[in-house]
Design a protein around this ligand. Sequence first.
Ligand SMILES: [Fe+2]
Length: 534
Amino acid sequence: MKWSFSIFVAWTLQLSLQPSACSASDSPVCIPPGTVPVYRFWSPALGRHFYTLDDTEKQILLSEYAHVWTYDGVAYRAFASNEDPNLVAVYRFWSGPLSTHFYTLDETERDWLITNYPCVWTYEGVAFYAYPPIRQPVGTIPVQRFWSGSLETHRYTTSDRERFKLSNEDADIWQYEGVAWHAYPADSLSVVKIVKGPALQWVTRESVTILWETDVPAGTSVGCGIDSVGEFEVADPDWVTLHKVVLSDLAPDTLYAYTAASGSASRTGTFRTAPRDGQAFRFAVCGDTQWGQDTHKQVATGILENRPGIVLHAGDLVSLGRDLDIWETEFFCPAAELLANVPLVPVPGNHEYFGLGPPWFFYFFDRPAYCGWFALTYGNARFIGLDTGVAFCPCSPQHEWLVQELASAACRDAAWRVVVLHEPPFTSTSGHTDNLAAQDWLVPLFEQHGVDVVFSGHSHAYERYLHNGIHYIVTGGGGGCLYTLLPDETPPIRQFGRSVHHYCIVDVDPASGTLTISAIDTAGEIFDSAELLK
Ligand SMILES: [Fe+2]
């Protein structure tokens, strides 16, 4: 790296690029005048980004350093002058030894570098002006800062997807350092569209999580209430594309209506909070909704018509979980009405890990990063989700977590212990046979700790087994091409099976002590049922 620029060249403001002034009636995608684009370049050779709002600098990079720098586009819009008292300077440094730039709005950090590292960092002055966290106006987006010790460079991004990828898939390279500053998004002209969701997710007696994605950054707002959506509102002024709202302090077993809104785009739905311990409730289980969009839509419609309080998904939501577009076509679109009106809590299947890129399952579902297992109390039941796509052998983090979970008071005190996982311990189809690891490492724990029923997917069919007092239901008929049932020759012998697209509806009635499983095909016919009694 042989070159460096002085940042104090005259700013070439592109008046033609100036957005128009906002009015009160404008969509929130309107950006105030006075902002200028900050251009982002990427160097594959150096493994670094470079940012500038200087058009002269941009042109030099494009014409003379095209072999080094690739133009990424406008990263965001900042200010060339501090016309707003809430704006602060973002300072730029250049490091010859590290071949990288560094930006900070922290004066202490600036002075520390100047004083202590003059041989490494050359101070280049004010790059632009932006808003510090907590002083940002409505409509700005957070610029997230990462540091890589191995690459010896910082990276800045306004993209929720890029942040997710760096924080998870590339976590061994990039360390998240927080919000560096707030700026305005690059594009002021698009009309906001909700492209995924709203999707109801984690639900308890007091709370629910709602997720949706917009095509461009926009604000986040949920209006909610029992009698009207205007009873209370939760809002976040930051503009983002992935919107997650947790509504809390809700009443148990209560039907709420809500509106999820970003700018001028909004969608409505309803949800019911989790029931109390002694209340009857209904939940649904499905699996393998991948590939068959039309069938998945039929399954989702059938589930919604049965009005369960929650859906457990046994995995393989999509066919290629690392392909972001497939999440729209195979999952969010076919199940849109269901997702907007019934919380869905899934476990990952093997297909959630297929393809190139990060497993987007963890981008959309409200979990700790890359943790596919969960436990949730719902009514008098304890739902336990397991991820058969990662290790579950003894001493693995998941196995240790499961041992603790099964011994916990929340699990022991529940009337019903319901497990959902993707790969079945017992199955016999043209697609898959028994998962012996699950038989060796999970089934003994299920038996030791009084698990009542285990739902799985993976085999694209319906199967029901009973083994040592535990019911094992394979419910992999949510959309993928069906597998043929094979003769079952090793105990436990399948009690019932059918190669059919379907879902399961489960009714729990504490008064009668029953848990009733109904397997329902896409025509709405119950083709198998089982009643468990406590
Ligand atoms: Fe599958």
